[in-house]
Design a protein around this ligand. Structure first.
Ligand code: S3P
Length: 448
């Protein structure tokens, strides 16, 4: 499945109970950061469990273009880093494909080194806002030249003599926070990021693991994260945990498909990522955390999800949004099978993801017989209850992997099949989605 090739039409049909174990791939956020921080360390970082989705492969290619050696031997990825400030000027345009995380983090990582790089992506990425990252990078002394509205393709001219920055993020975004912290690595003194709402904290944890000094303080202003610049990053051995955002798909599929009992082992429950699972429990899902333990400083559990015919619609707390921001599309599918309304406020960020996710989901849900109300930063799904969701639509994935997977999950439990115009984007984050789901007994696949 390629996000750049011909469209791959897919279909999902009502399925018998899903059974078995779902071994989902490595965490996308941690995979990008492993490669980027590995490239900025001095010496060889070894990574196992890396997500080999197109987004991460594009970041690997980019790190090579900036001078790091990145190769896979056996099951291990080896990243030979060039040190903080050691990036070479790429000889060609950096194509980050579909990945907002890739491009924004890499822009941050190169912005305080005196080199110039030009970035581009696919039609989805080239329509996404980059000013949220280039505004704070300008404070370090970097310059950005892009298309109207701060869109890619865009050239970043790195600062000659970077100065440290104190920056309060105007939107809740781990990508923006991380871009500033990565830029701060090659600035003298302390770089400070202040975020009003806590977003995923993988950068803070991993920077500390690589030997940087990072402190986080909860204050009345919000979370204040302080990085001491110009450290020597020490290479690490990283075992990438499995991705809770990918686990969401087999978990939600099991909840809405009659007779299901699925175990999804080794899923990180970092509180900045696990909001969906608590929301599903609030809705009455038969979802349990087995074998709770700690691995690499993170809470980890095996998730067991069983068919849950009596789901109830709820008010999803707005303050939980950042911890489940990628999971709203598949949550809206589960909400369609619940009784009553599920109201999801505080989610403006969904409008600037790989697609406008409120619009993409609302359109496909309505075409499948589900009523949806929406405003700029909220939406409400009117649940129809199990056994009463018509389906039968052909929906557009808009180059968005999570839209494609969400509607394929929905089709496993609707009365009529659900078709997705292009499942190609699924390869960006979950290349084994089709095999994993059919292995559990899901009736989904490519249309002839
Ligand atoms: C990510 C942050 C989130 C998320 C994306 C991955 C990251 O984006 O949607 O899939 O790895 O930092 P924002 O930071 O823009 O919310």
């Amino acid at each position: 499945m390629s996000s750049h090739g011909d469209p791959i039409p897919m279909i999902a049909r009502k399925s018998a109970g899903l059974k078995g174990e779902a071994h989902v791939p490595g965490d996308k956020s941690i995979s990008h950061r492993s490669l980027i921080l590995g490239a900025m360390a001095v010496g060889e970082t070894k990574v196992t469990g890396l997500l080999e989705g197109q987004d991460v492969l594009d970041t690997a290619k980019a790190m090579r273009a900036f001078g790091a050696e990145v190769e896979k031997r056996g099951d291990t990825w080896h990243v030979h880093g060039v040190g903080v400030g050691g990036f070479a000027e790429p000889g060609n345009v950096i194509d980050c494909g579909n990945s907002g995380t890739g491009v924004r983090l890499i822009m941050g990582a190169m912005a305080t080194t005196p080199i110039t790089a030009t970035f581009t992506g696919d039609a989805s990425l080239n329509s996404r806002p980059m000013a949220r990252v280039t505004d704070p990078l300008a404070l370090f002394g970097a310059r950005a030249y892009g298309r109207k509205g701060g869109r890619l393709p865009m050239t970043i001219v790195g600062a000659e003599a970077a100065i440290p920055v104190r920056y309060a993020t105007p939107v809740p975004s781990a990508q923006v926070k991380s871009a500033v912290l990565l830029a701060g690595l090659n600035a003298p003194g302390e770089t400070v990021v202040i975020e009003r709402e806590a977003t995923r904290d993988h950068s803070e944890r991993m920077l500390t693991g690589f030997g940087a000094t990072v402190t986080t303080e909860e204050t009345s202003e919000g979370r204040v994260i302080t990085l001491t610049g110009q450290p020597e990053l020490k290479p690490q051995t990283i075992i990438v945990p499995r991705d809770p955002s990918s686990a969401a798909f087999p978990v939600c599929a099991a909840l809405i498909t009659e007779g299901s009992d699925v175990l999804v082992p080794n899923i990180g429950l970092n509180p900045t990522r696990a909001g969906l699972f608590f929301t599903l429990q609030d809705m009455g899902a038969d979802l349990t955390f087995e074998n709770m333990r700690e691995e690499g400083g993170e809470p980890v559990a095996d998730l067991r999800a069983k068919f849950s015919p009596n789901l109830k619609g709820i008010e999803v707390p707005a303050e939980r949004a950042a911890s489940m921001i990628d999971e709203y599309p598949v949550l809206s599918v589960v909400a369609a099978f619940a009784s009553g309304k599920t109201h999801m406020p505080g989610v403006k960020e969904l409008r600037v993801k790989e697609s406008d996710r409120i619009d993409a989901m609302a359109t496909g849900l309505r075409a499948s017989g589900v009523e949806v109300d929406e405003g700029e930063d909220w939406w409400t799904v009117h649940g129809r209850g199990f056994g009463d969701v018509p389906g039968g639509a052909t929906v557009q994935s808009h180059l968005d992997h999570r839209i494609a997977m969400s509607f394929l999950v929905m089709g496993l439990a609707t009365e009529a099949p659900v078709r997705v115009d292009d499942g190609g984007p699924i390869a960006t984050s979950f290349p084994i989605f089709e095999t994993l789901m059919t292995g559990l007994g899901a009736d989904l696949g490519r249309e002839a």
